[in-house]
Design a protein around this ligand. Sequence first.
Ligand code: PGA
Length: 254
Amino acid sequence: MSRTLVLAANWKMNKGPAATGEFLDPFLASIGSQAGACEVIVAPPFVSLPAAAAKLAGSGVALAAQNASQFDSGAYTGEISVGMLQELGVKHVILGHSERRSIYGETDEVINAKIKKVLDAGLHPIFCIGETLEEREGGKLETVLRTQVRDGLVGVSEEGLLNSVLAYEPVWAIGTGVTASPAQAQEAHAFVRSLLADLYSDEVAQKVRIQYGGSVKPGNSAELMAQPDIDGALVGGASLDPKDFQALIANALA
Ligand code: PGA
C-alpha cells in the first residue's frame, strides 16, 4: 500500500504575521517540486493564518490550524471556531496534541468532539496520540494508545477516518531532542494501525496515514520515513527554520 507522505510544520506559539512571511518566502522558493511529491502542511498560530494564507495561495502547501473549538459560536471567550478557520483557507486542524492534553486539560471526549466538528465542516483533523515516559516504562503503552484512539474516534465514520491523519507523538520525544528509534516508532505505528483495523477494517487501516512526531530533524527524517507504517512527520522545533524544514522534507523523500 503506497501512502503519500504528509509532512507538517507545527510552529506552536512561534512566529507572528511578520515572521510567518519571513519564513514562507525562502521556504516556498526552496521546496520546488517537493511540494508535489508529498503533502506539505504549515500550522502557524491563529493570528498568522491570514499572512500565511496569502503566501501559500497556489503554492501546493496547505494551511493548518493548531486547535479549534468544539463549539460553533457563542460565549466561549478566547476560542476560535472551525467556521472561522475555514473562512481563512485552513484545510487541516491539529487536535489532541499532548500540550493541549497536559497543559489545557483536553480529554479524549473533548478531542473527539473537536474531531467531529472539523470533519463535519469538511476539514481534515491531524489527530495526535502518544504516551508519556512514565506510561511507557510502566508497560502501559498499548493501553494508552488503545484508549486514545478508541475514545478519540467515537462516532467517526470510515469516511471521516479516511479524511484524517493520525500523529503518533511519544510525549517523551517532543521537544526533548530524544527521538524514538525507528524500530520503536515503527512498532507503535504498526500497533496503532492494528487498532484502526479492529475499529474499522484492515482495508481502511491500510489507507490511513500515521505521522510520527517527536524531535524529527533533517538528520533522522529519512530513516524514520523508511519504516513501513510511518507515513509522515509532525515537526515542531525543526520546522521553525526554513532551511531545516526543507532539508527534512528532501531527506524524507530520498
Ligand atoms: P518537536 O515537536 O519536533 O519539537 O519534538 C513535535 C510536536 O510537538 O508536534
